[in-house]
Ligand binder design. Structure first.
Ligand code: ZN
Length: 679
């Protein structure tokens, strides 16, 4: 009787042996010539950065982007196969294949020249009086001064509402139009030249003069727009009103006519940025018909640039690629084609992607990790000494009602109404896809919020938190190395994907997310004292990042990156606690095998589990970046740069000091009273 049992046990041991865990840490990623405690980012990622020089087509290339590239190659494999065959008209493979082939066919586009865009320009040219703007702008797909979309009502999160958002200035962040530093002044001068060249390429006369008009009108709009920091205030950016009230607020537009152009008849909306919309209305009345047409002409041209000839594409690259972000070469055509298919038929591609590349066992492991992170965040909330029991109870409620989405959606999007016709031009098909997207967004108007909807496709290397639905989402694309490794031990997975999970959860409690309650409503659930104490603490974070010099003379924007920095901080704290909890719950056998992993051999295994937790975290942010891209991201990326997501975040984490024995002598050392302590 004993024998079979022994056999059974040894078989188990064998199974465990073949599934031998690894540390997931790749030694070649490190730069052991520097002292870890002096520059942890360089120590943890220096090898990776040396081994992965910045490709010419990239402005930043990190381990994040490397995984993105791998996903793109996998998707390309799926799509190129489809695109090489014939499929029945109207089928998903036909649509995917034709978008891809249209994008790849640069010869055809060169032959067509600017012809595809001429009908759109002609329609604009046919406007003869200012009072036509309301009707024209309602129908316009390719230009405008504001954007309209449907999303959950921030004050009644179970229902959708029409939202207005500032638009109409191509450089997107208002400071590009006003900052007087050398770099921004240079960008503006180059922008002016670019607009002039594009007008010339489209055969439009008085190009130089028209470029001046574009810059003047965009500057006027940008002047009334909110900055990236001001846009972070959800209360200030929510202004619900009836259409009658909108008519009084912006009388220069006939809103009933405008909405008829969009094929909707809303009874209310939320205006995002009131002053910007008012200014836009004034411009339509005050600026000459010709000048407004010039601005809209530019918007049509600017939006079409990627879908026409090689020459136009390259001019567009010269400004947006080279000048703004320092890229040396454009993205190869096949990558642009895959990106376009991902952009137009993303979930159809995602469905194929997960069938081939997403093992269901990943989902099981992730659910377990998320549950452990949730427990750990709960423990941390309960232990906060600065928060009252009253607010804690609400915070726990919010934490316990998180919706978790992993891998791919339960129901897939319907692309039946999207018609892709290969006899039409690439540009015409892209316009159809844009119209299909707009109709899709507007179709939710007046309906209850669909909580099953995903805001990222499964193949995306990213994750998100959505305050309106109080959900965290981890697409299949991110559940791979360097974020996630089924074969790696807890130290690795808690340090990498664990911190990402904790990061997204903390977004529910960052400077913005914390203003939404468990149901996703913009309703204050804090006592006044607790809110004041929270803001006092986030201020420490803001000021610390304001002091980081990201490029000579340029400092990080602590207010703009506050939410992401809080999330990184919270993510590290929560994932570390969850990791410690997991260690405590190990069976004697698991503890034994962890100890063996630790003591077995040399190299990577000389690190303790706690040290590896921080190495795994840092490796997620390994990357090289161009100087221009640093300056661009400082203006428009709410995330801190990779280097500072490590060297700016870790000095606030007590466990990092312990794991790596960081002492007062280290340049990264922060006095305990200067360390941030929020979640
Ligand atoms: Zn984030």
């Amino acid at each position: 009787m004993n024998k079979p049992l022994v056999f059974f046990l040894s078989l188990m041991a064998l199974t465990a042996c073949t599934k031998q865990q690894t540390t997931g840490i790749h030694l070649e990623n490190l730069d052991t010539t520097v002292v870890a405690q002096n520059d942890f980012y360089q120590y943890a990622c220096g090898g990776w950065m040396k081994n992965n020089p910045l490709p010419n087509e990239y402005s930043r290339f990190g381990s994040f982007d490397k995984l993105g590239l791998q996903n793109l190659e996998q998707v390309n494999g799926l799509i190129a196969d489809i695109a090489a065959k014939q499929h029945p008209m109207g089928s998903i493979p036909q649509k995917i294949g034709d978008v891809y082939n249209l994008s790849m066919d640069i010869e055809r586009r060169n032959a067509e020249g600017i012809a595809p865009v001429l009908p759109v320009l002609a329609e604009l040219d046919a406007v003869t009086a200012k009072d036509q703007w309301s009707a024209v702008l309602g129908k316009a797909m390719d230009y405008g001064l504001w954007a309209m979309y449907v999303d959950a009502d921030a004050m009644n999160s179970s229902m959708n509402i029409l939202n207005e958002y500032q638009a109409g200035f191509a450089l997107s962040e208002k400071s590009y139009y006003f900052d007087q530093d050398e770099h921004t002044t240079h960008i503006r001068a180059e922008y002016l030249k670019h607009v002039e060249k594009m007008f010339t390429l489209f055969g439009i006369e008085n190009a130089a003069e028209k470029a001046q008009t574009v810059l003047r009108l965009e500057t006027r709009l940008a002047g009334a727009a909110l900055s990236n920091v001001e846009l972070r205030d959800p209360v200030a950016n929510y202004n619900k009103m009836s259409i009658d009230e909108l008519q009084v607020l912006v009388p220069q537009v006939d809103w009933t006519t405008y909405f008829a152009g969009l094929n909707i008849a809303p009874d209310s909306l939320s205006v995002g940025q009131v002053r910007h919309l008012q200014e836009a209305g004034k411009m339509l009345a005050e600026e000459s018909l010709e000048d407004m047409k010039t601005l809209f002409q530019w918007q049509i041209i600017d939006g079409a640039a990627d879908f026409l000839t090689e020459e136009i594409f390259m001019q567009n690259f010269e400004f947006y690629g080279r000048t703004l972000s320092g890229r040396q070469e454009p993205t190869p055509q096949w990558k642009r084609a895959v990106a376009m298919v991902n952009g137009t038929l993303g979930e159809a591609v995602g469905q194929m992607y997960v069938e081939k590349y997403f093992p269901e066992e990943n989902k099981t492991r992730m659910l377990e990790l998320v549950a452990n992170l949730q427990t750990a965040l709960g423990q941390r909330i309960q232990a906060l000494e600065w928060m009252s029991d009253e607010t804690k109870a609400k915070a726990m409620e919010k934490l316990n009602t998180f919706t978790v989405k992993i891998g791919y959606p339960d129901k897939w999007r319907d692309y039946t109404a999207l018609e892709i016709d290969p006899t039409l031009t690439y540009y015409a098909n892209i316009q159809r896809a844009a119209k299909f997207e707009q109709d899709y967004s507007l179709s939710f108007l007046g309906k209850p919020v669909d909580k099953d909807k995903w805001f990222m496709t499964p193949q995306t290397v990213n994750a998100y938190y959505n305050p309106a639905t109080n959900e965290i989402c981890f697409p299949a694309g991110i559940l791979q190395y360097p974020f996630f490794d089924m074969n790696a031990d807890d130290a690795f997975n808690y340090g990498a994907i664990g911190v990402v999970i904790g990061h997204e959860m903390t977004h529910g409690f960052d400077d913005q997310g914390s203003q939404f309650d468990k149901d996703g409503n913009l309703i204050n659930w804090w006592t006044e004292e607790d809110r004041a104490r929270f803001e006092e603490r986030t201020k420490v974070m803001e000021e610390y990042f304001n002091g980081i010099e990201v490029a000579p003379g340029t400092f990080a924007n602590g207010a703009f990156t506050l939410g992401e920095n809080i999330a990184d901080h919270g993510g590290l704290q929560v994932a570390y606690l969850a990791f410690q909890n997991a260690k405590k719950q190990r069976t004697p056998e698991q503890a034994q095998s962890a100890a063996e992993l630790l003591n077995n051999g040399s190299g990577e295994l000389q690190f303790t589990e706690e040290q590896r937790f921080f190495l795994a975290y840092s490796n997620v942010w390994a990357g090289n970046i161009r100087d221009e891209e640093i300056l661009q991201r400082t203006k428009n990326d709410p995330h801190s740069l990779g280097r500072w997501r490590v060297n700016g975040a870790l000095p606030h984490i007590n466990a990092w000091y312990e794991a790596w024995n960081v002492t007062k002598e280290s340049p990264m050392y922060l006095e305990p009273q200067k360390r941030v302590s929020i979640w």
